[in-house]
Design a protein around this ligand. Structure first.
Ligand SMILES: [Zn+2]
Length: 219
């Protein structure tokens, strides 16, 4: 027997209605393709920007257009930048021997807020996920290989969360790194992080203890 109480319906009168205009429907469908937006959220966002607060639409569109012209990946680590190198890579005070690998830019930002890592970063822009068709060639790995070969890195911290896909990615990274330089110390964070939620939503104290409590996965 299903004991779960059904959620109260909060659908707008537009949902599934024949009153939806073709242009509204197009916006809704495009928004649905964005990460984290389901059918209902996409519809709410479309309604908000087109009907409820249309004055907010123009600044958002303009900001997106401007950002798309100047924001790109850092040529070294893959983080966001508007110059050749990101702020961390351009900072000569960062510890060059310690490299922290993260899945996404927000993970990097979360670790920076914790101030628990004084080295550099490398952003994979994803993780291995055979079920979703994401393989090694889809990740930011070629520049990682070059960095392992050419930079004075002696320690790599894998900061990739703790679910199955992150586990598989860490295993792949360990083999990749040790295939180039077997003596690099590789460790992995994970203690105290909520399962499957990644790093982005962890609070500063949790992230700091996860980094400080990192465990070796191979030397
Ligand atoms: Zn960088």
């Amino acid at each position: 027997m299903n004991r779960r109480c059904p959620k109260p319906r909060q659908d707008s009168p537009y949902l599934g209605s024949k009153n939806v205009t073709p242009h509204f429907e197009k916006v809704r469908q495009l928004l649905r393709q964005l990460p984290g937006l389901g059918h209902r959220s996409a519809e709410r966002l479309a309604l908000y920007l087109l009907v409820e607060k249309p004055e907010k639409l123009k600044p958002i569109v303009e900001a997106l257009e401007q950002a798309s012209q100047v924001v790109h990946r850092c040529s070294r680590c893959g983080s966001l930048t508007e110059t050749e190198l990101c702020e961390v890579c351009a900072d000569a005070k960062r510890e060059p021997h310690s490299l922290c690998i993260v899945e996404q830019v927000p993970d990097l930002m979360a670790i920076e807020r914790s101030q628990a890592h004084r080295g550099t970063y490398h952003v994979l822009h994803g993780r291995l996920s055979p079920i979703n068709g994401v393989g090694p060639n889809d990740l930011n790995l070629s520049s990682l290989e070059k960095r392992i070969q050419s930079e004075p890195i002696t320690e790599v911290v894998l900061a990739l969360g703790n679910d199955i896909e992150a586990e598989a990615t860490c295993h792949y990274l360990l083999e990749l790194i040790h295939g180039i330089k077997p003596k690099i110390k590789v460790s992995r964070i994970g203690f105290g992080l909520p399962s499957g939620s990644g790093l982005t939503f962890a609070d500063v104290a949790t992230l700091r203890s996860a980094l400080e409590g990192r465990r070796d996965v191979g030397t």
